[in-house]
Design a protein. Sequence first.
Length: 406
Amino acid sequence: MLLPREIIAALPKSDLHLHLDGSLRLGTLIEMAKERHVELPSYTEEGMNELVFRPHYNSLVEYLKGFDYTCAVLIDEEALERSAYELAWDNIHEGVRYIEVRFAPQLHINKNLTLDQVILAINRGFHKAQQEYNTSPAVTQEEQPPFYYGLIVCAMRFFTAQSSPYYAQLMEVFRETPVKEIYPMASLELARAVVRLRDEEGIPVVGFDLAGAEAGYPAGDHEEAYRFIHKNFIHKTVHAGEAYGPESIFQAITDLHADRIGHGYHLFSPELCGPNVADPQQYVDRLVRHIADSRLTIEVCMTSNLQTNPAIGDPHNHAFGKMLEANLSATLCTDNRLVSHTTVTDEVELALKTFDLSLRQLRDTIVYGFKRSFFAGPYSERRKYVRQILNYYDSIIENYQKSPGA
């Protein structure tokens, strides 16, 4: 069923897969680049959209090029706090009431910026926006649902000395150590730091993620970091099945105790199973059933997948359709609002147009984002919040159905 865009925008929504460094306002990126003497291919929004942030990309490499520029400006507390604050309001303005924003702190560390400063600055930006909105008339008088956020920190499957000054220093200190052993060392160091910040500073770090190239860099290499996170009661999500096959998703679940899967696009791709899988189709069928039975949620990013994997072609070929058929717990996310030129409203509209979701399917898809969130508060508070979201959602749909021409 198609809904008017203004109704989709009014519905309370969530975004559980949202990268800070891929979601800056383009005008802010240009302004901060000028202030920090960062060279850009163009200093106009039109020029940057033509040369870097295109509507369509030819490859994942081309898609990732934009992060060279966003990370180059996110080098101090002011830039990080501002970007977080603006991202929160960008979401609030389109009806998004809960976000979990992920970022890799070690990519932003430099001689003037510590890991603690990175996380604290980002948290200040989101907290400020949350406080402003939740004390505004929209919430206090109109009884709209409040806005909440959580932070997800990303460890990297792979990095080089050029990735950041922090990684360069790490590789210099452990110059005799095989580089494959340095990757999990950095992950464990990050895991220990975020547990400390959560416990000592009260920072709402609600999840731990593993990002970066899947092929050749298995999730199991980071098992120790995830074991530490698991034992310290922080939720786990993993980028898996985005650019590699079902085995990557299986590793995330079995080796890293994943509570959610980021992307999961290749879940239904038995042809991508390796030679150790005797019966690829059976393997996929059993994996899908396990995910369905456990209600493990998949963070679906349709636009991003279509851009990083041009072979998908038509949106109807996207795996979200099969996820709906299998009754999986899957919710719609943006991945990168700037790089993908998208919003949550855009993603919901795309899914409605492509797969002709029923109102029930749409409600379930949106509600999964709240129910399967890593909400920072007690379970009783989350239940109360989800009920508030549901009541508000139902009231919007009910009023729309009663309106003339609906």
